[in-house]
Design a binder for this molecule. Structure first.
Ligand SMILES: *Cc1c(COP(=O)(O)O)cnc(C)c1O
Length: 391
């Protein structure tokens, strides 16, 4: 039997929910000499990219691009807008929201962290109730992870915006879109989000290494009164330099070439078509899972993620053992269960540069893996998906 560390022919299937498959066009675009990031050629590229990226966030307001992982952009959202001791409202939707909360704790915010079951999203009704109860307007910000990558649950950001408005509350609205941006429809400006956090390595078709803060004018006002210590993540030097296409420190030059091309690809396909494609692939995946007789971790169909599907294992069967069988035999990586759901779920990523046949191959790998690993299931998941895709 082949080992995971030995040679395997053909293309590896990287079906974790990020990093995702980087398209050849993006790889080719990055395969270009690294140039002077303080010279005129780079300034032209940076200005173009800083402008175009706004279309992806659906905003006309500035977007800051950091050389850094999404975790850094989480921290940036906090240190640029808030103060020590500020009250904030956060939701435990899964591992990623818990990690953002952990940063808030370390930065000495006072968080009301609403416990969750890792199967549902942030509840707009709770947002409205908590904000209405806060008559002294002490809550300074509401934090939500749009697509909780650990569970495959998408919170309803538009409805949460309405809940904040219904409560007539001035709290800032902070949203993590790292695994939803360019996969699931997202409207920074229309939903009056104050800081949107993004990352390069999920739906944005790039390798890891860039992260984003899309900011509102209200967030810029909050910046003026925010005294949390900040240096690397400080918005002001970024915004000042960005005006001329420059950065306060070395940007990730080659990732900018890639981002330029990735945005071109998304716009060529059309953002709304990109969202429809993700929705279709997610639906086909869910049909397969149901036909296998397995359960989807996400409880509410209205919160199903279009980026990934987390599948629960039958009792007594270990998801990581299944993932190993699939990696060793079919050269495919699936996402592991994180933290509270470790070993209990595996995650199928269906986001980014992806098409019908890639999805068919992915589902075939899962179905063969279930059989090979001796997991009880009903055959026919692939057929259910193919029927749907060929309708
Ligand atoms: C991947 C991910 C992160 C973490 O991003 P890093 O680049 O690993 O720091 C945060 N939030 C969500 C929703 C994610 O999917």
């Amino acid at each position: 039997m082949p080992k995971s560390n030995s040679f395997q022919p053909g293309k590896h299937f990287l079906q974790i929910p990020g990093p995702t498959n980087v398209p050849d066009r993006v790889l080719r675009a990055m395969d270009y000499p690294t140039i002077d990031h303080r010279g005129p050629e780079f300034a032209e590229i940076a200005k173009r990219v800083l402008d175009k990226i706004k279309l992806i966030f659906k905003t006309s307001e500035p977007v800051i691009i950091y050389p850094g992982s999404g975790t850094g952009a989480w921290e940036a959202a906090i240190v640029n807008t808030l103060n020590e001791g500020d009250k904030v409202l956060m939701f435990e939707t899964g591992e990623f929201s818990t990690k953002w909360w952990d940063i808030a704790e370390k930065l000495k915010l006072k968080s009301d962290f609403v416990k969750g079951d890792w199967r549902t999203g942030a509840d707009p009704e709770i947002v409205e109730k908590k904000l209405k109860e806060d008559t002294n307007k002490e809550i300074k910000a509401v934090f939500v992870v749009h697509n909780e990558t650990s569970t495959g649950v998408a919170s309803r950001i538009g409805e949460i915006r309405k809940a904040i408005d219904n409560a007539n509350h001035p709290a800032l609205f902070m949203v993590d879109t790292i695994s939803s941006l360019a996969s699931i429809d997202y409207k920074h400006e229309e939903w009056k989000v104050d800081v949107t956090v993004g990352g390069s390595q999920k739906g944005l078709l790039l390798p890891p290494g860039l992260s984003f803060n899309a900011i509102s004018s209200k967030a810029l006002e909050a910046y003026k009164n925010s005294k949390l210590p900040k240096s690397y993540w400080d918005w002001k030097p970024m915004l000042d330099n960005n005006k001329n296409g420059f950065f306060p420190y070395t940007p990730a030059t080659n990732l900018f070439y890639g981002l330029d091309e990735a945005i071109n690809m998304l716009l060529e396909e059309g953002l709304e078509n990109v969202f429809a494609r993700h929705k279709r692939h997610a639906e086909a995946t869910r049909l397969a899972v149901k036909a296998w007789g397995l359960e989807i971790l996400c409880k509410n169909p209205e919160e199903y993620s279009n980026s990934l599907t987390a599948v629960m294992m039958p009792d007594g069967h270990d998801a990581d053992a299944l993932r190993k069988v699939i990696l060793d035999n079919y050269n495919m990586s699936l996402g592991m269960g994180l933290n509270k759901v470790k070993g209990k779920v595996f995650r199928i990523g269906h986001l980014g540069d992806f098409n019908d046949l890639m999805l068919s191959g992915t589902l075939a790998g899962v179905e063969m893996g279930l059989a090979k690993a001796g997991v009880p299931f009903k055959k026919g998941g692939i057929l259910a998906a193919l029927d749907y895709l060929s309708k």
